[in-house]
Design a protein around this ligand. Structure first.
Ligand code: HEC
Ligand code: HEC
Length: 203
């Protein structure tokens, strides 16, 4: 009798724990709502599928969710400056940010394209690639939610961001120190490499 009771209580407890976990996952971002925002607000610049047409507008599909949320909050707080994004984030609530980040993160997947990349691109990037590897990996698919994927990102966009880190126009405790070790040619070569070493496929 007591054993049965313990089992029942355990089962109830487990159900409560599991439903809390499920609730938490849901509360992080509503993909459907995010899709609506993406279509209305973001598509004009980042493309209908989160793959942008302009070379200096970043692709968003398949990017790490935590990273996307942080960038949107940085734009909102003004700690990352962008004339284009400033007006956009002003009208987004915290929940909108979670929803739209959940949508873009889940909408695409970055695929390893390293087998197809030309030897000359690898050769030019090789010298400095070991600096990036611990966080962004050789294939540009990052190992941590805080580190953005670089693979398949726009070449010119990557180069522009590296230049901003170097000039102190975009600040980050890690990337500021990294960019200081790169000259203009390194930035060009690494940006080209990372843009080609992966491909974003839309789900
Ligand atoms: C008017 C054009 C425009 C619109 C509309 C726009 N963006 Fe952007 N977005 C940009 C540009 C340009 C950048 C690059 C910022 C920079 O140069 O600092 C950017 C950067 C970003 C980044 C940083 C990406 C990275 O890899 O660091 C995120 C995230 C982002 N946008 C999300 C959004 C979302 C979500 C929406 C819709 C709610 C949106 N943007 C609407 C132009 C736009
Ligand atoms: C110790 C970890 C670490 C290393 C090593 C590192 N990065 Fe990063 N990188 C980061 C983090 C964290 C960010 C996000 C910064 C932020 O929040 O704005 C980032 C952002 C970037 C961005 C901006 C991407 C975007 O979508 O806007 C580029 C480009 C970049 N890194 C290139 C490189 C290159 C090239 C190297 C090697 C020379 C490198 N990183 C080495 C951690 C690292």
């Amino acid at each position: 009798m007591t054993l049965l009771r313990t089992l029942i209580i355990n089962k109830i407890f487990l159900t409560i724990v599991l439903s809390c976990v499920a609730w938490n996952v849901q509360a992080s971002g509503d993909i459907k709502k995010g899709q609506g925002i993406a279509k209305r607000v973001c598509a004009a610049c980042h493309g209908k599928q989160g793959i942008s047409r302009a070379p200096v507008f970043p692709n968003l599909s398949g990017q790490k969710e935590t990273y996307l949320i942080k960038q949107l909050k940085d734009f909102k707080a003004g700690t990352r400056a962008s004339n284009n994004m400033e007006g956009v984030v002003k009208n987004l609530s915290e929940q909108d940010i979670s929803d739209v980040a959940a949508f873009f993160a889940s909408h695409g997947q970055v695929q390893d394209n390293s087998a197809k990349i030309s030897k000359s691109i690898v050769k030019k990037a090789e010298a400095k690639l070991n600096i990036c590897m611990p966080c962004h990996n050789n294939n540009g698919i990052s190992s941590n939610e805080q580190y953005p994927n670089l693979a398949g990102q726009k070449d010119r966009y990557l180069q522009k961001e590296l230049e901003k880190f170097k000039k102190g126009k975009r600040k980050d405790p890690i990337m500021t120190g990294i960019a200081a070790q790169l000259n203009k040619n390194d930035m060009k070569n690494l940006s080209k490499y990372f843009s080609k070493v992966g491909k974003i496929s839309i789900k």
